[in-house]
Design a protein around this ligand. Structure first.
Ligand SMILES: *[C@@H]1O[C@H](CO)[C@@H](O)[C@H](O)[C@H]1NC(C)=O
Ligand SMILES: *[C@@H]1O[C@H](CO)[C@@H](O)[C@H](O)[C@H]1NC(C)=O
Ligand SMILES: *[C@@H]1O[C@H](CO)[C@@H](O)[C@H](O)[C@H]1NC(C)=O
Ligand SMILES: *[C@@H]1O[C@H](CO)[C@@H](O)[C@H](O)[C@H]1NC(C)=O
Ligand SMILES: *[C@@H]1O[C@H](CO)[C@@H](O)[C@H](O)[C@H]1NC(C)=O
Ligand SMILES: [Zn+2]
Length: 310
């Protein structure tokens, strides 16, 4: 192949690579941690239904599929799902309002992360209480989307400003490497902590988070699990918390061109840790509520289930 053609192929490869790595959710590690934590708080019944719905490749582990929605193949095949990973809020307002903010870039209502959380909760609920609707939706996908988006809404910059696309347009340095602010919060803070404090093993960080939940944060867990007026799912307060944290911690001292190092890392890590813990506890609480009085999905004939979900 000629040189110019080689250049073109390289260009395409680079764009492709950027698409794959573009931050649209906690990185894989963040989603894995959240779902791993959630697994520990699932009720027996919810666990049974979850296992029934998981694809075989997950080998019974919810955490194995929590980055599914970020896969390049999924994002390109389900192009419509791209707007569902975040909600953009007005620049410098530091607040979130479902009716004002939850829409996609062409203004279609409910097409944002909180709308998607309602959507997939609704699909799983209706399958529970009306078995005929099982066939209307792919409930395996509903579970994988829901578990992913409950994670995403806890990443502060997934509810960041419209003008900088939740920090994606803020180019800076993470230590010596180029990065954008969104990616710092999706991935870099977690990965740097895993490397520096946890012997490069994510499981050690997850165990530390689990210990903190039972020891240091035990007084908060009940309030994290709560959902206003006994609702099944309540993503709106999570989004409000996120944009507030984005203003207080993520955007602060992270202007374009700045170099983020130890000061930023060490002061923001506790925020990230708490959001991972909250995301996990709340995902479990939500799934527990959804599947509370739900025997139907798991009681449905195995053959039918197998045919539909295999
Ligand atoms: C709801 O889920 C369906 C099925 O995956 C999808 O086609 C639709 O775009 C979703 N809408 C929202 C707002 O999440
Ligand atoms: C656990 O909590 C302590 C005290 O609040 C905090 O310093 C530490 O960073 C936390 N660790 C994790 C992994 O959450
Ligand atoms: C809980 O917090 C205390 C005080 O901040 C700290 O010494 C301890 O290591 C923390 N526990 C865990 C599991 O991190
Ligand atoms: C929520 O449910 C509990 C127990 O079922 C009940 O005692 C409480 O009054 C309910 N709260 C609201 C706001 O409906
Ligand atoms: C449901 O979704 C999963 C994951 O995308 C897929 O593997 C499976 O084939 C789908 N089931 C049906 C019946 O379409
Ligand atoms: Zn995502």
């Amino acid at each position: 192949m000629g040189f110019s053609e080689l250049l073109r192929v390289c260009g395409v490869a680079i764009v492709f690579f950027q698409l794959i790595t573009a931050g649209f959710g906690w990185g894989q590690h963040g989603h894995y941690a959240i779902c791993k934590i959630a697994e520990g708080y699932l009720s027996e019944n919810a666990m049974a239904v979850v296992k029934e719905l998981l694809p075989e490749s997950a080998e019974g582990e919810l955490a194995a599929v929590c980055s599914w929605a970020d896969l390049f193949q999924v994002r390109s095949h389900y192009y419509w799902s791209r707007a569902l990973h975040y909600v953009d809020t007005p620049d410098f307002r530091c607040n979130y309002d479902y009716s004002r903010d939850c829409h996609d870039s062409v203004g279609r209502k409910s097409r944002c992360v909180t709308g998607a959380i309602y959507n997939y909760t609704q699909q799983l609920m209706s399958a529970c209480h009306n078995p005929a609707s099982e066939f209307r939706y792919n409930l395996t996908e509903a579970l994988m989307f829901l578990s992913h988006f409950v994670g995403d809404v806890h990443q502060p910059l997934h509810c960041g400003f419209l003008g900088d696309l939740g920090g994606n347009r803020i180019q800076l340095h993470w230590y010596r490497r180029k990065a954008n602010l969104h990616h710092v919060w999706d991935t870099e803070i977690i990965d740097t902590a895993v490397k520096n404090f946890y012997g490069s093993d994510l499981n050690n960080m997850i165990e530390a988070l689990q210990r903190n939940i039972t020891e240091n944060w035990s007084n908060y867990v009940e309030s994290w699990e709560e959902c206003d007026s006994n609702r099944t799912v309540c993503p709106n307060p999570y989004a409000s918390e996120s944009v507030s944290l984005a203003c207080k911690y993520a955007y602060r001292n992270a202007t374009p061109g700045s170099v983020l190092g130890d000061d930023y890392f060490l002061s923001r890590l506790p925020i990230v840790e708490r959001r991972l813990a909250q995301g996990g506890v709340r995902l479990a609480a939500t799934l527990n509520r959804i599947f509370k009085s739900c025997g139907l999905i798991s009681n449905a004939g195995r053959e039918v289930q197998g045919a539909r979900l295999a």
